[in-house]
Design a protein around this ligand. Structure first.
Ligand code: FAD
Ligand code: SIN
Length: 585
């Protein structure tokens, strides 16, 4: 028996060494009984949201002992999803695990790669039972409880913690970030040192004017004034926390270059979330994932905390002196969207699946005032069916829009509502973004689309037109005319003011796009202190709100880059004011 154990150990050792070196299949087959048991390390690849995902699985006697993701191009926010999912597969010795909502493609990539490994290794897994019984958590008390760990919630949490308050943040998803994870184009701020260094003349007054015009004069002027005046200082505050926002571009409806981005034009959302996550860790902020707020506890016109439900279905109370609602919009709730804007029935959405606005059903008891609920925006350039948004930055960096006839039909840098409407009136209710290698080279956010396989690529415009199944001859002549406008700096057809690239550098790229639900401008009514207002016009004691869950700032149409400003400016105001107010309680 001793001899058998020793020889088995040698075989296992050799199996691991061999497989580590060559990443190849290894089987321990020194006895009839162990013949089917597999030990070794196997590598497999699959396709995630961002492209290739490569992982290795270590088996010991046909049991999964470890999974390491070796390479991937997934967004930063999927980190806890990858960790959780691989842990679950290991613990249950099975790939029969739940897909994580909001990270579906990443979940599938992991499960598919492990499935392929199992096939390759010819392993028969025996699933392990995992104890399901969990205890109901006890009620807890804190100074401030924040609903939602997106950009607004975490800004508020960080500011309130710096102000000395004890904070708990609850997040219903398995990860932090919400729609903030998806933000790509950037953050607007006027009169910044970065604009000045580039000779761009801008001011909070001009930002106010552009936003009011873009919002069809429906914006709340008092909120908008605070928003535009505090944008630049909030951008510097984010930089103090570790963000880098020194690059500048143009989004639709702006009179000057005002949208600030990170180095190499990287997507802003994942960058900010990375910065926020580091602060959460540094400040030891209690963020409870998989924890959904289900009720706001109150007495008369005063909040007392919230009731939450965890992943196991247990409920408990978080008693608090102040509550900050930062639960985002409702762009992923088709029932709510069509209740307020029936013409959006059947539209896709760019939003994360958790953007369902469940908070709105919790507000009745406090008779909270809602504003502009029917103001719901579509983003004009979203890839049909898969709902991948192509950032406005692609147009800001030089792309044009053509229809199936290969012709331009709109000033590409008009506001979203105008461009969306123009696209919907084209044949097939879609259009094509056309650009060249110079545009791709301007921003890593655009390169990501290429890596994710979203772009059609060709060596000539004719070939591109043919591949996209649009009129290729017209496309050639459209680009020729556009290049003439570039040389004259005068778009004779549509009056586009920013003509920054002559589209001449192959390869050329194209992608079909169509409008999808993007931003819910309406929501909870707040004052300039981020205090929540009820239908009698009074402040609800101890209740604050910030971010996309609020209404009034963007009026009838949001300008690209203004939401990140909104969530950080008002997230900070909410955090500070809540912390200040409880000092005297
Ligand atoms: P979110 O970031 O959505 O966070 C809210 C959080 O609350 C979510 O995590 C949600 O799961 C959680 N939550 C909801 N209900 C509950 C509950 N009951 N209990 C617990 N948790 C709950 N804006 C810009 O200015 N610039 C851009 O470049 C930009 N790009 C965008 C790209 C895309 C694809 C999308 C969809 C939006 C973009 N926006 C952009 C808009 C911007 O990202 C959002 O408006 C903003 O991030 C919203 O932040 P928030 O903190 O208010 O909400
Ligand atoms: C985009 O990058 O086009 C989205 C920007 C925004 O929603 O503000």
């Amino acid at each position: 028996m001793k001899k058998f154990k020793k020889s088995l150990a040698i075989v296992l050792f050799l199996a691991i060494v061999l497989s580590l070196g060559a990443c190849q299949t290894t089987k321990a087959d020194n006895s009839r009984e162990e013949k089917e048991l597999v030990t070794g390390i196997f590598v497999e690849e699959s396709k995630g949201k961002g492209g290739l995902l490569k992982l290795e699985v270590a088996f010991e006697n046909s049991e999964i002992k470890d999974i390491k993701v070796l390479e991937h191009n997934e967004s930063e926010y999927t980190k806890p999803v990858i960790e959780d999912l691989t842990k679950k597969i290991i613990n249950t010795n099975s790939i029969d695990v739940d897909i994580v909502s909001g990270a579906t493609l990443t979940s599938h990539a992991i499960i598919n790669a492990v499935r392929d490994v199992i096939k390759k290794a010819e392993v028969t897994l025996i699933a392990k039972e995992v104890a399901q019984e969990t205890e109901k958590p006890a009620d807890v008390s804190t100074d401030i409880v924040i609903i939602g760990a997106g950009g607004a919630g975490l800004t508020a949490a960080i500011e309130a913690t710096y102000e000395g308050a004890e904070v708990i943040v609850v997040e219903k998803n398995a990860f932090m970030g919400g729609n903030t994870n998806y933000a790509t184009g950037g953050m607007n701020a006027a009169g910044t040192k970065y604009q000045k260094a580039k000779g761009i003349e801008d001011s909070p007054e001009l930002h106010f004017k552009d936003t009011m015009k873009g919002g069809h004069d429906k914006n709340d002027p008092a909120l908008l004034k605070v928003f535009t005046e505090k944008a630049a200082e909030t951008l510097y505050w984010l930089e103090e926390l570790g963000a880098q926002l020194s690059e500048i571009g143009r989004s639709g409806g702006q009179s000057v270059d005002r949208i600030h981005k990170g180095p190499d034009g990287m997507p802003i959302g994942p960058h900010l979330m990375d910065v926020f996550a580091k602060q959460v860790e540094k400040l030891n902020i209690d963020v409870r994932l998989n924890t959904k707020a289900i009720e706001i506890l109150s007495e008369n016109n005063k909040v007392l905390g919230i009731k939450v439900e965890n992943l196991d279905g247990h409920t408990y109370n978080i008693n608090a002196k102040a509550v900050i609602i930062a639960s985002g919009g409702f762009g992923a709730n088709p029932e709510l969207v069509t209740k307020y804007k029936p013409e959006l029935e059947g539209f896709g959405t760019t939003n994360q699946p958790g953007a369902t606005g469940d908070i709105f059903s919790m507000l009745e008891k406090l008779d909270i005032a809602l504003i502009d609920m029917d103001q719901i925006q579509t983003h004009p350039t979203v890839v049909p069916r898969i709902n991948e948004m192509i950032t406005e930055g692609v147009r800001g960096d030089g792309a044009i829009l053509v229809n199936r006839d290969g012709k331009r039909f709109v000033n590409e840098l008009e506001t979203r509502d105008t461009v969306s409407k123009a696209i919907l009136s084209q044949e097939g209710k879609s259009a094509f973004l056309i650009f060249d290698q110079q545009v791709v080279d301007q921003a890593s956010a655009i390169k990501k689309y290429k890596d994710a396989g979203l772009l059609t690529e060709a060596n000539s415009l004719k070939e591109l037109g043919e591949k996209l199944n649009i009129n290729a001859t017209e496309l050639e002549s459209t680009v020729e005319s556009y290049n003439e406008y570039f040389k004259d700096q005068n778009d004779k057809e549509f009056g586009r003011r920013l003509l920054n690239v002559e589209l001449i550098e192959a390869p050329y790229y194209g992608v079909e796009v169509s409008p999808a639900i993007h931003h819910t401008m309406g929501g909870i009514k707040i004052n300039t202190n981020a205090e929540v207002i009820n239908n009698s016009g009074d402040v609800v004691e101890g209740l604050y709100a910030a971010g996309e869950v609020t209404g009034g700032i963007h009026g009838g149409n949001r300008i690209g880059g203004n939401a990140i400003t909104d969530i950080t400016v008002f997230g900070k105001i909410a955090g500070r004011n809540a912390a200040e107010a409880i000092k005297y309680k």
